[in-house]
Design a protein around this ligand. Structure first.
Ligand code: NAD
Length: 485
């Protein structure tokens, strides 16, 4: 199989990539630069024919790609990483424009995504063997076929590459659908991938709201790997039921952080704030509820407020720490948390009840001091830079409070007494728990949610299996079998 050649990379025109070739469309749409509110470049809207063609190409490519030796697939991944990193600066610039991320964090995502490839290069597909006098039972893992990757807008590169790397390493072919809010970097990254992969192995289709259902309903797609909201996750699972597709659902969270009374307040306060406001709170595992022991509540809140006041919010060109909310829909949603807090008379420890209106979708980081348990800001995921704090005194009670959510994605526990912090962590209903750190997912560890935060998960060596069928070979020893007859 030889790679397809797409013309040399340009940074102001964007195409879907189907069967190794760029493809435009009659209808087009545009993303919006969230720092300015201005429209960005045209991008194609894929239709049913485009999806059918991409699936047919992926299905054909699967026949040979699934038979390519594992080590050769790794070599392709290495070449892809090199080709992608050769454009790192342009990718970071594009990412900053489509998401509004400060340049340093755009660079961080571009290079961090390459770490997802690096980690997958260290993995092997597991094979388990069990032998007795009579037989050898071997469990092996085989690729599923065509994978559809449906991605969100908050980390458009890392959350696409986090699906591409394990899917193709295990011998699947993949069609990526970026969010309509942030199509640009995924389209470009997969255009670059054509320098390395044969046609149909890695493809991308962007479009409007009709596109996701075309993938989830397609009979020749074997699996959907989805990252996004709980509401969409439920629709995807329902749609996939019709063809019994495998699904991995990485959904929303309402992560609790429990702070023990023995912590160093000055050291931990900025960490708590960063956990909540990283990427302007637009992180599935951002800290979304902070429970601080009563003995240090006031001191910790004051220290958090002081640190929050130092955080600069601005456009990528402003050398800021926090960028805007990525899109207008999310901006309007975040504003409802400010309105509710203001209307109910809860206390703003820092931040203003009135979100400034202007050119971009900017929101100042805001802490709400001790709102009630049933408040919107405690019970719902804002996905923006606004976080509540509450005091606690009784360990059993705060564990119940932390677990009192329909979500269970991440959680943090902070304490000098690490054994006590870990004991609390083990009782938290969350897929990932961090002790003395804010939420930092790594490609080396399985990532998935409990409760409504998801089904299954990906990454780490366990994550490879999410892209495979298990096949068990029961191989009887002939001599033994005959002697028994
Ligand atoms: P979203 O659910 O609105 O959209 C995600 C993707 O699904 C987009 O590509 C969208 O076009 C597509 N989509 C929408 N409707 C669809 C349908 N009916 N069928 C198929 N596809 C459809 O989510 P979002 O607003 O892009 O992302 C924010 C949410 O994602 C937050 O709740 C956040 O917590 C969650 N998230 C989770 C993780 C995780 O790993 N668990 C990571 C990032 C974001």
């Amino acid at each position: 199989m030889s790679p397809s050649k797409v013309s040399s990379i340009t940074w102001d025109s964007f195409s879907n990539i189907i069967d190794g070739q760029p493809r435009g469309s009659k209808e087009k749409h545009q993303g919006v630069n969230p720092a300015t509110g201005e429209k960005l470049w045209d991008v194609p809207i894929a239709n049913q024919q485009d999806v059918d063609d991409a699936v047919a190409s992926a299905k054909k490519a699967f026949e040979s790609w699934s038979q390519v030796p594992f080590e050769t697939r790794k070599e392709h991944l290495v070449k892809f990483k090199e080709a992608y990193l050769a454009h790192a600066d342009d990718m970071a610039k594009l990412l900053a424009e489509e998401t509004g991320k400060p340049h340093q964090f755009a660079q961080f995502e571009v290079h961090g995504a390459a770490m997802w490839i690096d980690h997958h290069l260290t993995l092997t597909i597991p094979e388990e063997r069990d032998e007795d006098d009579e037989k050898v039972v071997t469990t092996r893992y085989t690729p599923l076929g065509v994978v559809g990757a449906i991605c969100p807008w908050n980390f458009p590169i890392v959350l696409s590459l986090g699906k591409i790397a394990p899917a193709i390493l295990t011998g699947n072919t993949i069609i990526v659908k970026p969010s309509p809010f942030t199509p640009y970097t995924a389209l470009k990254m997969i255009e670059i991938a054509q320098e390395v992969f044969p046609p149909g192995v890695v493809q991308v289709v962007g479009g409007d709201d009709k596109l996701g259902p075309m993938l989830t309903q397609h009979p020749d797609i074997a699996k959907i790997s989805f990252t996004g909201s709980i509401a969409t996750g439920k629709k995807i699972m329902a749609a996939c039921a019709a063809t019994l597709k495998r699904v991995t659902l990485e959904l929303g969270g309402n992560d609790a952080s429990i702070v023990l009374p023995d912590v160093d307040v000055q050291k931990v306060a900025p960490e708590l704030v960063m956990g909540a406001f990283q990427n302007s709170g637009q992180v599935c595992v951002a800290t979304k509820r902070i429970y601080i022991h009563q003995d240090i509540y006031e001191d910790m809140l004051n220290a958090m407020v002081e640190f929050t006041k130092t955080m600069k919010v601005g456009a990528p060109s402003d050398n800021a720490l926090l960028g805007p909310i990525q899109n207008q829909m999310q901006y309007e949603k975040v504003k409802t948390f400010f309105e509710d807090t203001k209307n109910k008379g809860y206390k703003f420890a820092v931040g203003s009840p009135d979100v400034a209106t202007g050119k971009g979708f900017f929101v100042q980081p805001t802490i709400i001091d001790n709102p009630p348990n049933d408040s919107k800001i405690i019970t719902e995921e804002p996905f923006g830079p606004i976080v509540p704090t509450q005091p606690w005194t009784d360990e059993e009670e705060v564990i119940k409070r932390a677990n009192g959510s329909n979500t269970g994605l991440g959680a943090c526990v902070w304490g000098k007494d690490v054994a006590r912090a870990e004991a609390i962590g083990r009782r938290l209903e969350a897929g990932s728990v961090w002790i003395n750190s804010w939420e930092k997912p790594t490609p080396a560890a399985f990532f998935g949610g409990h409760k409504e935060s998801g089904i299954g998960g990906e990454w780490g060596k366990e994550g490879l299996k999410a892209y495979c069928n298990a096949q068990v070979m029961h191989s009887y020893k002939l001599k033994r079998q005959i002697s028994k007859l």
